[in-house]
Design a protein. Structure first.
Lengths: 316, 316
């Protein structure tokens, strides 16, 4: 059976696991890194002055390109629902706290806060609007209340400057951006919250081993060797229920998180488990709650903010 | 170096190229296949009666899942711009012909005709609307003309029933749907047009070799063996300019298309080459045209319709 023609990939022999300390030297930074750093820096400085807490919310899957001029890539399943939904709550929920400012770091074209309510596929805004004989655009009666509510929250976040968006595509973009945000946010001390909901790739092809052009398909199959992404942090989206709690505990020990939010692929919209060093706390929505449009992210964020407040109190 | 724990994948030895005749027995049909077949069947029958031509436009990339409960997948780069843009023109461009009815077969969540003008990332509709003190929603003055124009075309397509949408995710979904559409559309004879703009995977993992749950990352890398997708049809999105024309010609000979639209990844928005058995025809937009918002798809579709009309004349 013939091998594909791309020498760069077929000849590659996996070596030792990738060294975290040289990862950022050996892989290219995203082009817009300096721009995004300046944007985040200004945002953090502004909210440091007002005393508002700042949350970094990551969202969506990261890709692993197989070619430098990328046609093919490996991806992780994630529409970005968890992240986009969670990012809305801290912005406007003043009932619990003074509110957070949110850096929404998301996969390009994944769901975003507010506009997520009008996915083009399932709830397209064009279907909610009509053009009358005079050429005026009207929002249909049955859609007006909901659209007004979304628009009001969106405008409030814009006016108060409590939301910025930065985006990534590849796992390398993601890691560079995360490192930069962490450094910039360090001045916030206990007032910084990291809510990492992105689905991050486990494996990647280092820049030096990547084919330049699209890998040509000959008459045979394709064999790919991928390295493991250095374990700066670890995603946790399982499909096997037996692995959920042990993996969450393992991540707590290994990466020093305060909390891991575990979920299963098939039940993630109505069941999550919050695991910390000492306990497990389950959040489960009833069928009635789901039908009423309650979102589990509201409950996750509420719980997170409680714990964050306790953490701040303990450190002040 | 340790191998990943998934026996299903690591033990798999590539065999002979996959047999096209057994592909549909050995890989699972998409769940909604019967539903979509009924929808397309009704649509085709309606337009067969009115004598309107019907175009199948495919759009977006196909995925190759690595697990049955899919967390990871291989994907092809495509936002669906070419397909979604092209699908708008035949619906309303009566200046050229009586118009086409369009079956828009697209990757789930990729761009769609009409709503594509309001991508949530680059041109979010929420930014075009304001909420006044009385709670009424208004479209900003500077956005109204454009939104009215898009809405008018969208409503016309809806009212006349000239557009249906069906979606796919994996390359197997895509191939099943394409086969069904081809069979159903055969009654249209020369009045059927197949505009295949989707970016289709070259390689896949057959169902029998797929891991059930998310492949666990041990301490090593990942080695994947993938089979070649049977060459029912072939995509053509190149990054290497030397391969473009020879590959287009090869595809014409091998698959019996009437026309191949070749484009390069980096110039696809302003340069395409239409290749048929006897000639090559270049379509190139000037910088001024691009700045004025001219879309290359308008010119592609116009040329296609001319050729389709000639084809119909030759066969009647």
């Amino acid at each position: 059976m013939a091998l594909p023609q791309s020498a760069a990939i077929q000849d590659y022999q996996p070596e030792q696991p990738v060294d975290p300390s040289t990862y950022f030297e050996e892989n290219p930074a995203p082009r817009n890194l300096a721009l995004y750093e300046a944007k985040v820096e200004a945002f953090v400085r502004q909210h440091l002055d007002t005393g508002r807490r700042v949350a970094l919310v990551t969202s969506g899957g990261t890709t692993v390109p197989l070619e430098v001029n990328t046609v093919r890539f490996m991806d992780n399943f994630s529409a970005g629902t968890r992240g986009a939904t969670s990012a809305e709550y801290p912005c406007w929920s003043r009932a619990w706290t003074q509110g957070y400012a949110v850096i929404f770091m998301h996969r390009q074209f994944s769901l975003q806060p507010y506009s997520r309510h009008y996915s083009h596929t399932t709830n397209c805004f064009l279907d909610h609007m009509t053009l009358d004989n005079k050429g005026d655009i009207n929002v249909g009666d049955q859609f007006r209340d909901r659209m007004s509510a979304v628009l009001a929250k969106y405008q409030k976040a814009k006016q108060e400057g409590t939301l910025i968006m930065i985006d990534f595509v590849t796992v390398t973009d993601y890691l560079f951006l995360l490192r930069s945000c962490s450094r910039i946010m360090s001045v916030l001390r206990a007032h910084a919250l990291f809510y990492l909901a992105a689905a991050v790739s486990d494996f990647f092809i280092p820049a030096k081993n990547m084919a330049e052009h699209k890998i040509q398909s000959g008459d045979g199959g394709l064999t790919l060797h991928m390295d493991q992404v250095p374990k700066f942090l670890k995603p946790l989206l399982e499909t096997d229920p037996h692995l959920l709690i042990p993996k969450a505990r393992h991540a707590l020990h290994r990466y020093g998180h305060q909390l891991v939010i575990g979920n299963m692929l098939n039940s993630r919209k109505w069941l999550v488990v919050l695991v910390d060093q000492h306990s497990e706390h389950e959040i489960r929505l009833s069928k009635e709650q789901l039908e009423q449009g309650v979102e589990i992210e509201e409950h996750i964020v509420k719980k997170l903010i409680e714990q964050h407040s306790a953490h701040i109190a303990a450190h002040s």
